[in-house]
Design a binder for this molecule. Structure first.
Ligand SMILES: Cc1ncc(COP(=O)(O)O)c(C=O)c1O
Length: 474
């Protein structure tokens, strides 16, 4: 299903937003003619809104001839511009000179259960299909097999990714703007060269330490911007001298807060006024459990200030080592003079991924993973509530694959980790994510649920309760 990104209904009523977005998708060809549209019920569940705005939007689209309703089959798109390309998507999309041709931890055996924040579900990996895709990639490789590929990434895969990102995250880009890489470190490594001379880098505090360290090692001055209960502090950012900011708006790492639509707009205003760049790390943006999908920052950016980074590590597997970055055109032109920096991952795996997406497996896989993680997420939260009752507070849990738990105790996170370890359970304090750790605050623990089986979750939580039985003052 194509994704729809709804903003606050006080700005524009929901039916109007839906009507406009679906109409635009049909006009653009993102929704091809004759495509069956999602039923009112499935859209209602997906968007978490009432039926009325969806029915109204479908009626308006039907009245205008963009949609036709077939008895007992549902609603179908009617594309009035078959064969014409979208203005918005392709108007900048001409090939660009110089670019057209194109430590994370391991599970430890001493733990019976490891709530690692980076782990994904091992049983859900489509191993048989992936082997088939690799075989198909090899069989169809022919003489491409003995040549280097495009260091920016295979153009066919970049094209598929730009379609996927547009549908799923509202990211507006052409394949020429997509750079396939081997992970966030590679992308940040490129950015430190492309952004040299842009001034200081603002980072969320707490924030993703590997990125912070990369910038610091490459000579950037890093300015910590506090992430408070209500999220990233725009006042502190405005008062700083930062020329670039790195953020994780879909699911702040590690606290888990989600940047609101209004905050996204203010952040963009900041970047537009200063001609600064925002690095949007959308590392687990595919997984949102409560509320309506919020558009990516890149999708709201009209002045080319957002650098978007996504990864296959969460929705697929971190073992693949493949990610993607979407560069604004201003930086693309600069990259054209630095092509020696580019190094794409294995061509064979890129071809396999291309086949995986092209044959429709990717969209099915994402749907399955959303269901799997939604169930695990709900189960973990339910178990923590049942077994710890009011002694913990769960926050940062509306998206992603990990949650933040504030444990109401006088003990330190370090002590809690040691007690859990004695029962064979590994949980995390993620202290290294703070630039200046503050030991006087709440005791925060992080639990990743991607790698724990739903069936074994209760045993893991019961062991945790046993480990922490004596830490709460009565
Ligand atoms: C904040 C953050 N960004 C990005 C990533 C993904 O990095 P990579 O694409 O190198 O696997 C992760 C993985 O856990 C992450 O936590």
């Amino acid at each position: 299903m194509f994704d729809l990104l709804l903003s606050d209904p006080t700005d524009h009523p929901l039916y109007l937003q839906l009507y406009r977005q679906i109409r635009q998708h049909i006009r653009n060809g993102v929704i091809a003619g004759d495509t069956r549209l999602p039923s009112v019920r499935s859209l209602q569940q997906h968007l978490n809104i009432s039926k009325t705005p969806i029915e109204t939007a479908y009626q308006m689209l039907t009245a205008e001839g963009y949609v036709t309703s077939k008895p007992r089959s549902g609603f179908f798109a009617v594309n009035p511009n078959v064969g014409k390309l979208s203005n918005r998507i392709y108007h900048h999309a001409g090939p660009l000179d110089g670019l057209q041709r194109p430590s994370r931890t391991h599970a430890s055996p001493k733990y019976r259960f490891d709530f690692q924040t980076t782990a994904v579900d091992k049983d859900a990996f489509p191993i048989r299909l992936w082997k088939k895709m690799i075989n198909e990639a090899l069989d169809s490789a022919q003489d491409r097999m003995c040549r280097y590929g495009d260091p920016q990434g295979e153009i066919e895969l970049r094209t598929m990714l730009s379609d996927y990102l547009r549908n799923a995250r509202g990211v507006v880009c052409s394949p020429e703007q997509v750079i396939i890489g081997s992970g966030i470190s590679y992308s940040i490594g490129l950015l430190t060269k492309l952004l040299a001379g842009s001034g200081h880098v603002a980072m969320e505090e707490p924030g993703f330490a590997p990125v912070r360290e990369y910038f610091a090692l490459d000579g950037f001055h890093v300015i910590p911007i506090p992430v408070r209960d209500r999220g990233f502090s725009l006042e502190d950012l405005s008062a700083s001298e930062a020329g670039v900011v790195y953020v994780t708006p879909s699911h702040q790492f590690p606290t888990g807060s989600v940047m609101s639509y209004a905050e996204r707009e203010c952040l963009l205003e900041w970047a537009n006024e200063r001609r600064s760049f925002i690095i949007e790390d959308d590392y687990d943006g595919e997984f949102r459990y409560f509320g309506k999908p919020i558009p990516s920052l890149q999708s709201l950016d009209e002045q080319g200030r957002v650098i978007y980074i996504g990864t296959f590590s969460k929705a697929f597997t971190p073992a693949l080592r493949m990610n993607y970055m979407v560069l604004p055109r201003e930086l693309l032109a600069k990259l054209g003079t630095m092509r020696h920096l580019l190094l794409s991952p294995s061509r064979i795996e890129q071809w396999a991924m291309q086949a995986f997406i092209g044959q429709g497996h990717w969209y099915r896989h994402i749907r399955r993973m959303r269901n799997t993680y939604r169930k695990k997420h709900h189960r973990l939260i339910e178990l923590l509530h049942v077994h710890f009752q009011g002694r913990i507070e769960i926050t940062g849990h509306s998206a992603g694959l990990h949650i933040q738990v504030i444990v109401k105790t006088k003990m330190s996170a370090e002590q809690l980790l040691a007690l859990a370890e004695a029962e064979g359970v590994r949980v995390y304090d993620l202290k290294q994510m703070w630039m200046s750790p503050n030991d006087n605050g709440d005791t925060r623990i992080y639990l990743g649920f991607g790698g724990i089986g739903e069936a074994e979750m209760e045993t893991a939580v019961l062991l945790l309760r046993k480990a922490w039985a004596g830490i709460f003052a009565e």
